[in-house]
Structure formats: structure tokens, C-alpha cells
Design a binder for this molecule. Structure first.
Ligand code: GRF
Length: 200
């Protein structure tokens, strides 16, 4: 059985979708650790309710990124983590960290990459006036939202959409897409060739 870690910073609705998918045997892995940089993240609460190990670190307490990343790495090694899913984790990981877990870290982003990378993706897309919003699941490399694309899905933007109404529909897509991508990842069915990811 492979070991999975999920990194979070916020409400953790994607974490919940992953927890549920593990529970029903759709994702065949152990959810062995939830890592958060935010003590108040509701995601931590979701993990505790299911007796999943959590690791919280306060980035402000460390002099630089390598200092806290080495602690995270120790926690991951202790639990023999094979794969990492970022789910609303608001921190950039160093190139050393992403290299160590090359092709084993994935992220979910609420836009159709490479359009609208960064933290305000949904607002940026809406402000731009796109007709289709969407979701991207991708491998994480040393850049920001720049790694090879695993899956995407689209959502038409409606005239009356606000950030809230669109986000609501985007979340529904995310909660379906991310467990599907993680399932394929842990089953070793994602093959990366340069920028292309083949599903086998
Ligand atoms: C999601 O919209 C995801 O695409 C983005 O951060 C958000 C996290 O939401 N990376 P939640 O904490 O999983 O509810």
C-alpha cells in the first residue's frame, strides 16, 4: 500500500474529497499525513476527525524555507510517504524539495493553466472575461503552477456569475477530478514524458 500526504492551508474541501475517496477504496493508498502551515486551517480539523496524523509548522518561526522544509521532509520520511498532493497549500516549495519528490507531487489549480497561474486565479479569469473557467491537476516542479498537466476540465462562465457562484461549481469539478488523478498517481498509471503526461 502506498502512503500519501496532503498539504493544506485552508478549509480543506479537497482534502475531504480525498479522505472520502480513500475511505471508499477508490484511492488505494493510506492517507498517512496532513501537513499545514496554518494552525487554524479547518483542513486540520477534518484530518483529526479521521485520526489522520497531522504536522503543523509555523513558517514565521524559521529563518528560511530550507529550515522548515527539512522538518517536513523528516515527517514524510518517518511515514515513508510515496506521494504528495497539494490541496490549497499556499506556499512555494523549494527546487530541492520538488526535485526530491520529482513526479510524485501534484497540485490542483482553479484555472485552465497556463492561463491564470498564482493565488488569485479564479478572480483573474473572471475579471479577464473568459467564457470558460476550469480546473487543472498538474505535477509540481520548481516553478509556480508550471509542471506537466495531468487532467483538466472546463466550466462555462455564466453572465450572472460572481466569484462565489463560479467557485462553487469549480469546487464540484475539483472534488471529482482530484481523487481521480490521485487514484491514477498511486496506481503508477501516470507516465511523464517531457511536458506530456500519458494515462495508462
Ligand atoms: C482550491 O480551489 C484549489 O484549486 C486551490 O485552493 C483551493 C483549496 O480549497 N489550489 P480547499 O481548501 O480544498 O477547500
Amino acid at each position: 500500500m502506498k502512503n500519501l500526504a496532503v498539504f493544506v492551508s485552508g478549509s480543506g474541501s479537497n482534502l475531504q474529497a480525498i479522505i472520502d475517496a480513500v475511505d471508499r477504496g477508490f484511492i488505494k493508498a493510506k492517507l498517512a499525513l496532513v501537513v499545514s502551515d496554518n494552525e487554524k486551517a479547518y483542513a486540520l480539523e477534518r484530518a483529526r476527525k479521521k485520526n489522520i496524523d497531522t504536522f503543523y509548522f509555523n513558517p514565521k518561526k524559521y529563518k528560511n524555507r530550507p529550515a522548515y522544509e527539512s522538518l517536513i521532509t523528516a515527517e514524510l520520511s518517518k511515514r515513508k510517504i510515496d506521494f504528495i498532493a497539494l490541496a490549497g497549500f499556499m506556499r512555494i516549495l523549494s527546487s530541492e524539495f520538488t526535485a526530491k519528490y520529482k513526479n510524485r507531487i501534484i497540485n490542483i489549480h482553479p484555472a485552465l493553466l497556463p492561463s491564470f497561474p498564482g493565488q488569485r486565479a479564479l478572480k483573474d479569469a473572471l475579471d479577464y472575461g473568459v467564457k470558460y473557467a476550469g480546473v487543472t491537476v498538474h505535477f509540481v516542479d520548481e516553478g509556480v503552477d508550471s509542471g506537466p498537466v495531468i487532467m483538466q476540465d472546463i466550466e462555462p462562465v455564466r453572465n450572472e456569475d460572481t466569484q462565489e457562484s463560479l467557485l462553487d461549481r469549480i469546487h464540484k469539478i475539483e472534488h471529482r477530478l482530484y481523487p481521480e488523478a490521485i487514484r491514477l498517481l498511486v496506481e503508477g498509471r501516470l507516465v511523464v514524458e517531457g511536458r506530456k503526461v500519458k494515462i495508462e
